[in-house]
Design a protein. Structure first.
Length: 179
């Protein structure tokens, strides 16, 4: 009987942890974000695009002696420098100006699916920034981890606006080159 009582008490104490783990797993749709390493995850409505080995995943900052500070996040499923590439599967771009106080302004956020690289341009989906905020979770001189939560509006069709959550984990950070 003592064993049953001890087991019942331990079970009752562990039960909240079991349920919190389940809700986290549901939130991440069964694919939790790894604890470390480069990783991207975008939840857009019921669609999820994620991975650690996406072809292009990086962040650019302003070039030396620029009059402004900025962050340019780019994620692309295909190598955009390939001259033979005719269609880009998925592409996400987020640009923000970094203000003197560390806040962000002048957002430009774009998402495209099956974007052609030749004229005439065609997209299965093309969406742009409607609202949202970027939060930098951790940053050093070489890497940045951030989260964007906001709303994108469709440009090429009459679909409804979509709420998105985007995680950029340990993205390589480098200066943009002056043209």
């Amino acid at each position: 009987m003592k064993r049953f009582t001890t087991f019942s008490i331990l079970f009752a104490l562990l039960l909240p942890f079991v349920f919190s783990a389940c809700s986290e797993e549901e939130e991440n749709n069964g694919n939790p974000i790894p604890e470390s390493g480069i990783y991207f995850k975008m939840k857009r409505g019921n669609n999820i695009w994620e991975g650690a080995n996406i072809t292009e995943m990086y962040v650019k900052t302003e070039p030396d002696n620029a009059d402004y500070k900025m962050l340019d996040f780019t994620v692309c499923s295909d190598d955009q420098t390939n001259p033979n590439l005719t269609t880009i599967g998925q592409w996400f771009y987020l640009h923000v100006q970094v203000n003197d106080d560390g806040s962000f302004s002048n957002y430009s956020v774009k998402y495209a699916k099956n974007k052609t690289t030749t004229s005439p341009l065609y997209f299965d989906e093309y969406m742009e920034y409607k609202s949202g905020t970027l939060t930098v979770i951790k940053q050093d001189e070489n890497k940045i981890t951030a989260k964007f939560e906001g709303t994108l509006r469709p440009v090429n069709n009459y679909a409804e606006d979509q709420n998105i959550t985007v995680y950029f984990q340990e993205f390589p950070l480098s200066q943009a080159k002056k043209k």
